[in-house]
Structures are given as structure tokens and as C-alpha cells.
Design a protein around this ligand. Structure first.
Ligand code: PAF
Length: 287
């Protein structure tokens, strides 16, 4: 596996691969990799001749007071996982390689979409995500890019960006990977102490409850969300940021539960903000 720290190295490798006619897959990550990331790399390796993984904690997507400084990092562990899952090149740049000191150009969707759900409390987050993902697309020029359904709003926003900016890149959504007890895998789970780790199960429990109620025929979003919120509120360590039902493409709130609706939540467990979701009827391109 090649470890590339500069944009020039990535460009050189990918150009050589493209000359050979290889299909190139990109898995953008912020490192501290777990089985959820591994599932994206596995899918990319199964579908593409060459797999590039970026491992970069992107400062522009963290707001003031968020966890940029404390975000977990372990590059040696990441490399071992990536080698084992068939990654060909890991891009591990310094912040200065990605952003000139006076960088002032951003990619931002100017609609209500990034202001919904996580955007309500993280107003600059999706501008940072779009900017870095767009830079990664320009650097790697992949044929396909792989994203997890856990970050469902991020995925919808990236799809919109790809459409609006005419990137000729296929975006592949991969399902949420869960711990055995149901907790959605996240690098931020590492912040949880044992009591919080136990309390964090309310998120997946609320997701499973929502799925069960939907399957049983509940179509009223307010009733569904009330039942899910009531379950979360039983847990003293949990504080709801949002539990919402939105259109799976536009991210705008809906009142009726029907196929394609995204039911998403963000919940603080102690000081750690966790997210989880499900899509009614499943997602179109679940792998
Ligand atoms: O989902 C993430 O880990 C990040 O938001 C991403 C897509 C790698 C951009 O920094």
C-alpha cells in the first residue's frame, strides 16, 4: 500500500493507473478507522481496480467549540486496517497540504438542505464537508466514491453537489455497520465512558422502534417521532438534539411516513453527540 502525503504523489499514481485503464474508487475518511470504514473499503475493492482512501481530519468542517483538537487519531492502526482490506493508496496529508494559509474558496449548497438536521446546530459543517470532498474529487479524480449511510445528510448533500457541479463520479451509499448490541459504529464512540456506552444504545433502540412502528403501518410522522423521542427521554444521560422525519433527497421535513423518508436523530450522550437513522423502505443502493 502506498502512503502518499502530497497531492502531487496522489496525482502521479492515479494518472499511471488511469493509463492502465483501471477504475479508481475513493473512500474519504477522517481516520480512526473501524469496521464501518472497512465495509466501504471492501465494497470499493470489490468494484474498482484501485482503491484510494483519504485519511484527513478536515478542520473546515468543525465549528468553534467542537472536537477538532480531540478527534481521535491512530494512523498506524488505520494503515494496518487498510492494508488488510485491499486499499492501494492512503492519502494522509498535513492540513497545510490541503489548505493554503490564505485559502478562501469554499463549496457550499445555498439552499435549505444543509440547514436542516445537523446543520441547525453545526452551521458551517456541510460547507467544510463539501469543500474538502470537492478537493478530494479534484485531487484523486475517482470513478466512484463510497460514503456511509450513517451520515445520511452528508450523503444527500454530496449527491446534490455532484449533480450541481457535474462531477462525473458515481456516489455509492453503503449501509450502517453496527456493534453487536446495535450501536452504530462511529469514531466518536471512543469518547464514551462505560455508563455512556450503555446509555448510547437508546439511539439504535429508537431506530429499531421506529422501523417496527413503520413496518406495522404507522404513517403519521408526529406520532412516530413522539414514540421514538419518548424512548430516548427515558435515558437520563441522553439529551436530544433532534429526532426528525425528512424527505430522503431534499432533507425537508415531512408529515407523512412513506418510502424514501429519512428518519434521523442526533442525541448527546453526556458530552458526545451521536447520530443514527433509518430510511423507510430501505435505501435505493444499499450494498
Ligand atoms: O464522513 C466523514 O468522515 C467526513 O465528513 C468526510 C466525508 C471524510 C469529509 O471530511
Amino acid at each position: 500500500m502506498i502512503i502518499a502525503r502530497t497531492i502531487a504523489e496522489v496525482r502521479k499514481c492515479v494518472a499511471a493507473w488511469k493509463k492502465e485503464g483501471q477504475v479508481v474508487g475513493l473512500v474519504p475518511t477522517m481516520g480512526y478507522l473501524h469496521a464501518g470504514h472497512a465495509s466501504l473499503v471492501d465494497r470499493a475493492a470489490a468494484e474498482c481496480g484501485k482503491v484510494v482512501v483519504s485519511d484527513f481530519v478536515n478542520p473546515t468542517q468543525f465549528g468553534e467549540g467542537e472536537d477538532l483538537q480531540s478527534y481521535p487519531r491512530d494512523f498506524a492502526h488505520d494503515c494496518a486496517l487498510l492494508e488488510a482490506h485491499g486499499c492501494d493508496l492512503v492519502f494522509y496529508p498535513e492540513v497545510s497540504e490541503m489548505y493554503a494559509e490564505d485559502a478562501a474558496t469554499y463549496v457550499e449548497i445555498l439552499s435549505e438542505m444543509p440547514k436542516q438536521l445537523c446543520g441547525k446546530t453545526r452551521p458551517i459543517h456541510f460547507r467544510g464537508v463539501c469543500t474538502v470532498v470537492s478537493k478530494l474529487f479534484n485531487i484523486v479524480q475517482p470513478d466512484r466514491a463510497y460514503f456511509g449511510q450513517k451520515d445520511a445528510q452528508q450523503l444527500a448533500i454530496i449527491r446534490r453537489m455532484v449533480r450541481d457541479l457535474s462531477y462525473g463520479i458515481e456516489i455509492i451509499a453503503c449501509p450502517i455497520v453496527r456493534e453487536e448490541d446495535g450501536l452504530a459504529m462511529s469514531s466518536r464512540n471512543t469518547y464514551l465512558n462505560p455508563a455512556e456506552r450503555q446509555a448510547a444504545l437508546v439511539l439504535s433502540e429508537a431506530v429499531f422502534l421506529g422501523e417496527r412502528l413503520t413496518e406495522a403501518g404507522e404513517t403519521d410522522a408526529a406520532a412516530l417521532l413522539a414514540a421514538m423521542r419518548a424512548h430516548i427521554e427515558e435515558e437520563p444521560l441522553a439529551k436530544i438534539d433532534y429526532v426528525s422525519a425528512v424527505d430522503g433527497v431534499t432533507m425537508m421535513p415531512v408529515s407523512k411516513i412513506e418510502p424514501g423518508v429519512l428518519v434521523a436523530m442526533a442525541v448527546y450522550i453526556g458530552r458526545t453527540r451521536l447520530i443514527d437513522n433509518f430510511t423507510v423502505g430501505g435505501t435505493a443502493d444499499d450494498c
